[in-house]
Design a binder for this molecule. Structure first.
Ligand SMILES: C[S@@+](CC[C@H](N)C(=O)[O-])C[C@H]1O[C@@H](n2cnc3c(N)ncnc32)[C@H](O)[C@@H]1O
Length: 317
């Protein structure tokens, strides 16, 4: 797999971040007044007259601006990202991620690509599972070496998030021989066609400007027979749970962001972007549109989060 490795590009990436536009704080919103339903809008860019727009939370921005706005959000939240995840979800995000990785189907020698991988939560779990599976394979007599062992690639558009991830990997004493860091946009990754066995994206697709382009690029990266998995905030179906969840999201999360990360705007963006993301059925139809087969979804915690899965089958035309 031809990979542009993170370290060599770090300096250039950081320069781009500093030149990104200042964060546009969205108009204040409450749980009572979401301006559009998620069915009407998605993070995929849309045409309004001549201009191509994309939703940045509840604000429609020029599609060309969204990437730098999102980049600004994660640049600012990177140092407190992991603490905030634990606080906002009371640690439940760990269970969602454990469950998601348990469905990957890790096998010896696999190539795993985790996109929008941020500080490595998914990639580290996959890496540990891979190392376990390969140790067992060796005990069973299989001979593995540097060429035949599997690899895990963590990719993200934001060097600040990748830097936090690299720091964490070292702090945790992970064996990193099978781990690579790659800076790249999910819409067009610097990854060879048909080179990946499993492609995961967790809490990342919502942030991409053109959702459809990112799904199509995942299809391109996957080998025939490869598996695509999305873990993303989704749409709560139970009306009572939805009301409680909306109240918590709009009233507590931005406040936590303000107190802990000193950044209310980024957490307001988080809750709004969740509401704008395509609901479960719509996301499945987008996956089918680019060619994925056997597409399915599973709701976790009443649909607060959903796992979407699709396959690039060997018998495609
Ligand atoms: C909410 S974090 C998720 C991180 C990690 N997957 C996790 O579950 O903890 C979203 C990540 O998406 C990344 N991201 C945003 N837009 C992206 C894009 N167009 N391509 C790749 N990554 C992107 C951000 O930099 C950020 O690290």
């Amino acid at each position: 797999m031809a990979l542009r490795v993170f370290a060599s590009r770090c300096a250039r990436g950081a320069a781009r971040v500093s030149s990104a536009r200042a964060f546009a704080t969205s108009p204040s919103t409450t749980a009572d007044e979401p301006p559009t339903t998620a069915d009407e809008a998605s993070t995929s860019s849309t045409h309004r007259g001549e201009a191509k727009t994309a939703s940045f939370g509840y604000v429609e921005v020029d599609a060309r601006e969204k990437e730098s706005l999102v980049r600004g959000v994660f640049e600012r939240v990177a140092p407190s990202y992991d603490v905030m995840n634990d606080l906002m979800s009371a640690g439940v995000h760990r269970l969602w991620k454990d469950y998601f990785v348990s469905k990957v189907g890790v096998f010896a020698g696999m190539t795993h690509l985790d996109v929008a991988g941020g500080t490595g939560d998914i990639a580290f779990r996959v890496l540990r599972a891979l190392q376990r599976v390969e140790r067992e394979a060796e005990l069973d007599g299989q001979v593995l070496d540097a060429n035949t062992r599997g690899k895990v690639v963590v990719s993200d558009i934001n060097p600040a998030m990748l830097r936090e991830g690299m720091k964490r990997a070292t702090q945790r004493g992970l064996n990193q021989e099978q781990l690579t860091w790659l800076e790249g946009n999910a819409e067009k990754l610097p990854v060879e066609d048909e080179s990946v066995d499993v492609y995961t994206i967790a809490f990342g697709l919502r942030n991409v400007t053109d959702t459809r382009a990112a799904i199509a690029d995942a299809y391109r990266c996957l080998k025939p027979g490869g598996k695509y998995m999305i873990l993303e905030f989704s749409h709560v179906e139970n009306e009572i749970l939805k009301q409680v969840y909306d109240f918590y999201s709009f009233n507590v999360i931005p406040k936590l962001g303000e107190l802990v990360a000193r950044d209310r705007g980024s957490y307001q963006y988080l809750v709004e972007s969740i509401r704008k993301f395509p609901p479960q059925e719509k996301l499945k139809s987008m996956m089918r549109d680019v060619g994925f087969k056997h597409v399915s979804h599973e709701n976790l915690t009443g649909g607060m989060v959903a796992v979407h899965t699709g396959y690039k089958t060997k018998d495609r035309i």
